[in-house]
Design a protein around this ligand. Structure first.
Ligand SMILES: [Ca+2]
Ligand SMILES: [Ca+2]
Ligand SMILES: [Ca+2]
Length: 158
């Protein structure tokens, strides 16, 4: 059950999970909205979507530290998951996660396509064109993508 998440979760809706929230400690993994009535997961802070009823999770994001697992867009407004950098889709409002991709390493567990997109290794070599330039398709010609004998579960296309 989620206490103080802004939704009534108690059976038969006795509302007790959402009472007294202004006194409630949200703990280490959640953050208390400015109005004190709601806890949200910390990764929802500065993700460019409003999660607090009062909108406070998207305020003061320029001063906000995105932490180790997230990356701050160049405009300093949004934090995105590190593996969303150079994945071919813009998560940053300023699209800064999809520029200069040739100079950036992919996150761990991701493979760099010829066009510099980063694709999850586990998604490679299933016949789909995950790289968008078909560079991940090379593997099927070499039959090197059997899910065995490699660190990541798959051999990588070269
Ligand atoms: Ca609740
Ligand atoms: Ca948010
Ligand atoms: Ca992206």
């Amino acid at each position: 059950m989620a206490v103080c998440n802004g939704k009534y979760d108690c059976r038969f809706f006795d509302f007790s999970d959402e009472e007294g929230c202004d006194e409630y400690d949200c703990g280490d993994e959640r953050w208390k909205c400015a109005d004190g009535t709601q806890c949200i997961q910390t990764e929802l802070q500065c993700d460019s979507y409003t999660d607090c009823a009062d909108g406070s999770d998207e305020e003061h994001c320029q001063d906000y530290d995105c932490g180790e697992e997230r990356w701050k867009c160049a405009d300093q407004i949004t934090c995105i998951q590190a593996h969303k950098i150079c994945d071919g889709f813009s998560e940053c409002l300023d699209h800064s996660d999809e520029v200069n991709c040739e100079d950036r390493p992919c996150a761990e567990g991701f493979w760099k396509c010829d066009n510099n997109y980063c694709v999850a290794i586990k998604l490679l070599c299933h016949g789909g064109n995950m790289c968008d330039d078909a560079s991940d398709d090379k593997c099927k010609y070499f039959l090197i993508c059997k899910p065995q004998h490699s660190n990541h579960g798959f051999f990588l296309p070269r």
